[in-house]
Structures are given as structure tokens and as C-alpha cells.
Ligand binder design. Structure first.
Ligand SMILES: *Cc1c(COP(=O)(O)O)cnc(C)c1O
Length: 400
């Protein structure tokens, strides 16, 4: 259905991509931190928050961190990644997935996506590992991302990595609460990381968590995240550490957010289903595919456009949606095509064809996906996209 002038006028609030959604109980836990004067990067809120993540995900141990990026950095350190080592990473992701590789002076090889999940292609990974083995330079880790909440083909990827003896770090920053064959995203690899940045499915304003198969690794993570302070009566240091622990004040927000995680997931899944239902008759729009045996938290609802039919790029659509007060965003620009990673090796899904992640970047768009969107706002967005796609490239939508 099309938007009317009246509907555009009546919508006097910007509709954003993904905003924090508080439950109201956060203040109680923050107050507790103040009442007990635990205003520090440790304390009861941190312990409780970690306990809740552990219970929810089934991970064997958890370390809350100051960010998701810090958690990736810690995981790479624990796998003893250093200068001149190699690490493989998904290309189709936010740059935070790969930055910690460079913090440690290591080299990176990027791996393409495959079309069914938009995540790491098992066949490209297999080829990259076979080549690396020939060159006697197997990676110290493979960082696998679950984009927009959609699980990668994790069974296949795990089997391939195991056959080469290479550990996995799952970047589950966007996929907390998603499952694959009933198992929680982030718990398949040797390490998993979550992010609680302001735009994520739940938030502590800024923060993250590291989980690991081996609880001893989490003990070491806590050690490294608190300046690698040895047990002694004075300050004794045998290694270089970091200041990466989560604040007890922010963990109070996290405690309350964990209590509503299931509601937040249900709301975002509902957004995706609503859009899918509204646009099923629009041939130019395809929803992000869903992998069998997996449940996505649908952190962001993403689509691809048939840009030959629309005669509009995602940037054109983004600009027109903006005119209607709606924030949308093109998909992640592949990291192998970022200037900062120029001349970095990259393995395509099918050799010699346009990379899958490049195609997706050319065609894709993320839509408003917050768990706090109202039914009215969802309807407005769905009508807006339909309206925008009916205008031609030069047309002005606000004049409808
Ligand atoms: C948000 C995000 C991160 C980084 O998390 P921060 O908490 O912002 O450091 C890492 N990887 C992906 C895929 C993300 O979306």
C-alpha cells in the first residue's frame, strides 16, 4: 500500500534503525551499585550479569568486557596470535571483527560469504585452508561472523576447521540468542563474543562478553583484562595486559536487559515477519534468507533489491526513505574492499565470479528493526518502501 500525504505529515518522529530499549528495571541495579559503592570494573552486577549470560547461552564460562572488540582481542591473545601470524576472517562484516587482528600485528585473509546465509562460505574457507597448509602457514584462528542474527553454516565450518586443527572464534556480536539446531550462537567455537553496544539486541550502552569452551581460558581472560596483575602483595607483572573489564554500573544495565532478552528477540522476529508478509507481492524485494534448522534473532531486518527492475541503487532508496523520516542503511561494505585492507588476500565463494559479499553490498539494505517500534511505525515503514519503489529514480517521494 502507498503512503498518503496525511500519513507522512502525521509521522512526526524519525524512525531509526535500531535504538536502545530499556525495561525500566536497569535503574534498580544501577542504584544498587551506588548504594553499595561498587563503582568499579568489578562487583556484584558484573558477577550476576556473567551468571545470567552463562545460564542463557549454556556457555561454560563468561568474562564481561568493556566492548565486543575487546572480547575479540582477548580471544586472539589467548590463542597466542602475534606478529606475522595469520588469521582468517569473514569479509562481510563490521570492521570491529578484524581490527584486533591488526592490534596484534598479525596478517589477515578474508573469506567470502555464501548466498544462503550471507555468512562465511565453507567452500572458500576450505580452499583458503588447503592453500595455507601447502604454504605451511595455517591460520592461528578463524573468525566466523553471524551477520544480522543469521547463523553461519556453523556445522560445516566447524568440521572444516577441525580437520585442519584450527580454532574458531565466533563473532556473535549481532546474534545473541540465535540458535542453530537448538544450540546458542557463540557456543560452537573455541571462543565466542557478544556485544552490548547501544545498537545491539540488548545493550549496556557499551560492553561485550567473551565465552569459551574451556573455563580455564576465561580465567586467563579475566587476568589479561585486568592488566595481567600477578598474585603478589605488590603490583607484579609478567605479561602485558589490558584494562578491558566491564564497569559494575554498566553491568547493572546488562542484568536487567538479560531479563528481557527473549522479549526483545520476539519483537525483532516479529518485525522481520511483518515486513516479509507486507512485501511478499513486491517482486523487487527479497528478504534475507533464513537457514534451515536455525532461528535468527533478526537483529536487523535486511533485504536485497532487484536493482535491474527498480532502476534504483540501495543508496537511492536510502535517500528517499530519509525524506520520509526513515533511517535505513546499506549492508556492511566487505572488508577486503576497504582502503585500510588494500592488498589483503581474499577467497571468493566461486572463483572468478563476482564475490557474493560484493553482490550483497551492491543490492542490500537494512530497515528499521528496533524492538521498540510500534505497529504504526512498522506499517509506515512498509508502506514507505512500497511507495519509494514505485517512484522512478528522479522522482520526489514527498510529493506523492
Ligand atoms: C558491534 C559489532 C562488533 C563490535 O562490538 P563493540 O561492542 O561495538 O566493540 C563486532 N562485530 C560485529 C559483527 C558487530 O556488529
Amino acid at each position: 500500500m502507498n503512503l498518503t500525504k496525511e500519513e507522512v505529515k502525521a509521522m512526526n518522529k524519525a524512525i531509526l534503525l535500531s535504538t536502545p530499549h530499556m525495561s525500566g528495571k536497569e535503574q534498580d541495579y544501577i542504584q544498587e551499585a551506588f548504594d553499595t559503592n561498587w563503582i568499579a570494573p568489578l562487583g556484584p552486577n558484573v558477577t550476576e550479569f556473567e551468571q545470567k549470560i552463562k545460564q542463557y547461552t549454556g556457555a561454560s564460562a563468561v568474562c564481561a568486557t568493556s566492548s565486543g572488540t575487546a572480547a575479540i582481542h582477548l580471544a586472539l591473545r589467548l590463542l597466542e596470535v602475534g606478529p606475522d601470524d595469520m588469521v582468517f576472517c569473514s569479509s562481510f562484516t563490521f570492521i570491529a571483527s578484524a581490527n584486533p587482528i591488526k592490534y596484534l600485528g598479525a596478517d589477515v585473509t578474508f573469506i567470502d560469504s555464501e548466498p544462503e546465509t550471507w555468512n562465511m562460505s565453507p567452500q572458500a574457507l576450505e580452499r583458503a585452508l588447503a592453500d595455507a597448509k601447502k604454504e605451511h602457514r595455517l591460520p592461528k584462528a578463524v573468525i566466523i561472523v553471524h551477520l544480522y542474527g543469521q547463523s553461519a553454516k556453523i556445522d560445516e565450518l566447524v568440521t572444516i576447521c577441525e580437520s585442519y586443527g584450527v580454532p574458531i572464534i565466533e563473532d556473535a556480536a549481532e546474534s545473541m540468542g540465535s540458535t542453530y539446531k537448538g544450540q546458542q550462537s557463540g557456543t560452537f567455537g573455541d571462543f565466542g563474543i557478544y556485544s552490548f553496544n547501544g545498537n545491539k539486541i540488548i545493550t549496556t550502552s557499551g560492553g561485550g562478553a567473551l565465552v569459551a569452551k574451556d573455563p580455564k581460558m576465561i580465567e586467563k581472560a579475566v587476568f589479561l583484562a585486568t592488566q595481567a596483575k600477578e598474585k603478589a602483595l605488590h603490583y607484579e607483572h609478567e605479561q602485558i595486559g589490558y584494562n578491558y573489564r566491564m564497569s559494575n554500573v554498566l553491568a547493572g544495565i546488562g542484568r536487567a536487559q538479560m531479563e528481557v532478552l527473549d522479549d526483545r528477540i520476539a519483537a525483532r522476529q516479529n518485525n522481520f515477519r511483518f515486513y516479509a508478509d507486507q512485501w511478499k507481492h513486491i517482486q523487487e524485494v527479497e528478504m534475507m534468507p533464513e537457514l534451515q534448522n536455525s532461528v535468527s534473532n533478526h537483529w536487523l531486518s535486511a533485504i536485497t533489491l532487484d536493482i535491474d527492475k527498480t532502476d534504483m541503487t540501495p543508496y537511492d532508496v536510502m535517500a528517499k526513505m530519509q525524506e520520509l523520516g526513515i533511517e535505513t542503511r546499506v549492508l556492511w561494505k566487505p572488508l577486503h574492499s576497504q582502503p585500510v585492507f588494500a592488498a589483503t588476500p581474499f577467497y571468493e565463494h566461486v572463483q572468478g565470479e563476482e564475490a557474493v559479499c560484493e553482490q550483497l553490498f551492491r543490492k542490500g539494505l537494512c530497515l528499521p528493526s528496533g524492538s521498540n517500534l510500534t505497529q504504526e511505525e512498522l506499517e509506515y515503514v512498509s508502506k514507505a518502501l512500497e511507495t519509494v519503489l514505485k517512484t522512478n529514480k528522479g522522482g520526489v517521494v514527498s510529493a506523492i
